[in-house]
Design a protein around this ligand. Structure first.
Ligand code: PLP
Length: 303
């Protein structure tokens, strides 16, 4: 059933039901095919597919009916296997496995981070939704005011958030493969089309082809990665400036910038109001569990 699997515990769209013995009921029909402790679709934002499927009560409503049609067509995302699962599959202890498939930092967080996490005073209270203290600390560290900074839960969340804020269904993004595949996946989730402009054989950007694509396809935004995943190539100032001149929102993902020895472009957001820079603690500080990511942009974009 497309990208969402009804037995999965990780899907955002599916909630464990408290009403295990009651089937879904729509007027005049008992329709839910799920039983026992399986998960159920209990709420979705759009009723359009349901109305189409029910068709005056003629057809059975299935779990698929609730899912937005473009999502039903998606190929499932292939997630990485966690240590525990790999460990069982390989018959080895997690600490004996060198895991390099998700670019995690093998050294983990510094000892101060572990200590601070162990001393959380109010782990049972929802944290500040505006991350005031963290944004103030990041502002001090970056030299940018905190109203230029938005904090999220992993780059995936902010990439998706940017798309939700910017893209209408049918809009286009530019992607420059080979690169981080999440841009393409999130675009599909958001009903956007992807215009692919492959990198040159040395992995540098093909700026001329990007300019052609922008003129021809009128995409809303472009996702760039520097250093790039998988090859580590850097986007030079000249190419970045040429792209920033184009009528397009530029999202520059700097997840690996601390490993490059080069300065981040986050301060460029003050000069270019079509630029968003993404940074993350996942790689530099080995803090994937907290999945803390931050975004620097012109302050109008911080909602
Ligand atoms: C280019 C790039 N951006 C972002 C991420 C993920 O960042 P986060 O852990 O903050 O979700 C990855 C993960 O591999 C990546 O390669």
């Amino acid at each position: 059933m497309g990208v969402i699997e009804t037995s999965s515990s990780s899907s955002l769209c599916l909630l464990k039901s408290n009403f295990s013995s009651h089937p879904f009921v729509v007027p005049n029909r008992t329709v839910c095919p799920f039983q026992g402790n399986q998960r159920r679709v209990i709420a979705m934002s759009s009723t359009l597919p349901v109305e189409q499927q029910v068709n005056e009560g003629q057809r059975r409503l299935t779990g698929d009916s609730f899912i937005r049609s473009h999502l039903r067509k998606l190929k499932p995302y292939q997630p990485i296997l966690p240590f525990e699962v790999l460990s069982i599959q390989l018959g080895r202890k997690p600490e004996d496995i060198v895991k390099i498939d998700a670019n995690e930092n093998p050294y983990g967080p510094p000892p101060e981070v572990r200590e601070a996490l162990g001393q959380l005073k109010f782990p049972y209270i929802y944290p500040d939704p505006e991350s005031r203290r963290l944004r103030a600390a990041l502002a001090k560290d970056s030299g940018l005011e905190s109203d230029h900074i938005l904090v999220g839960c992993g780059a995936d969340e902010l990439i998706d958030l940017i798309m939700r804020c910017v893209l209408d269904p049918g809009d286009k993004i530019v992607d420059c493969p080979p690169t981080f595949t999440m841009y393409e996946f999130d675009a599909a989730v958001n009903g956007a089309a992807v215009v692919k402009v492959p990198r040159k054989s040395d992995f540098s950007l093909n700026v001329e082809l990007i300019a052609d694509a922008v003129e021809r396809e009128k995409p809303k935004c472009i996702f760039l990665t520097s250093p790039n995943n998988p090859d580590g190539s850097i986007i030079n100032d000249e190419n970045l400036l040429k792209i920033l001149e184009m009528p397009i929102l530029v999202v520059l993902d700097e997840a690996y910038t601390e490993f490059s020895g080069l300065e981040s472009r986050m301060k460029w957001v003050k000069k270019h109001d079509n630029l968003i820079v993404l940074r993350t603690f996942s790689k530099r500080a080995g803090m994937v569990i907290l999945a803390c990511v931050f975004l620097f942009t012109d302050s109008y974009m911080v909602i």
